[in-house]
Ligand binder design. Sequence first.
Ligand code: PGA
Length: 244
Amino acid sequence: MIKKLVAGNWKMNGGLAANEALLAALRPVSGVDVALCVPHPYLAQLQRRPPGFELGAQDVSEFAAGAYTGEVSAAMLADFGCRYVIVGHSERRALFGEDDATVARKACAALSGGLVPIVCVGETLDEREAGEALAVITRQLAAVVEVLGKEGLSRSVLAYEPVWAIGSGRSATAEQAEEVHAAIRAWLVEQGVDATGVRILYGGSVKPDNAMELFAMPNVDGGLIGGASLVAGDFMAICRAAGV
Ligand code: PGA
């Protein structure tokens, strides 16, 4: 059985004082890996975080070093002790023009720099209603396999985040999530990827009251948590739901 991972995605939220208060309220949870993916400027502050919390970032440059103003490299994230970095979040795809190929190159840069990419995939509501959800997700994944190779993908974490469920309060049902997660795993196997140990997280309006049901699904290996990761009590409850 795969050990679950719960990753908090703070997005562009936080402040030195607010972060201190949040960190002070976090407690280690057994039986689950937990990571905090914070904005780049707070990586230094998060050097002092409660035990049992791994560090992650929300984006990484596709380039290794050099004249790329404003970019942050995988090596810099690794310097600060990051283990994970989110790549291809739907907000980056939709608002910052990241296409499948860019996401794949970022995932590759992350792996090359010693980080574990959390590669996000997911369909919009229009795509789901048109019956295209799986086609979209496998297209997004195929671009990543092409660049990372099968072995690289088997060392990555995937996150299924239906765009319509993110920040909307409308989570996918546990059955909807499981259907997609199982299809993703089957697709990986079809591609020749060793998918037995690949963690597939679900993200999109995970809250304390739906976490247990989602995490009980056989192919849901944890969660990527946005809004609820900013509320210590909610985040802890979600982590505990994954640790049972
Ligand atoms: P949400 O965000 O939990 O606020 O829906 C999830 C995400 O965007 O990773």
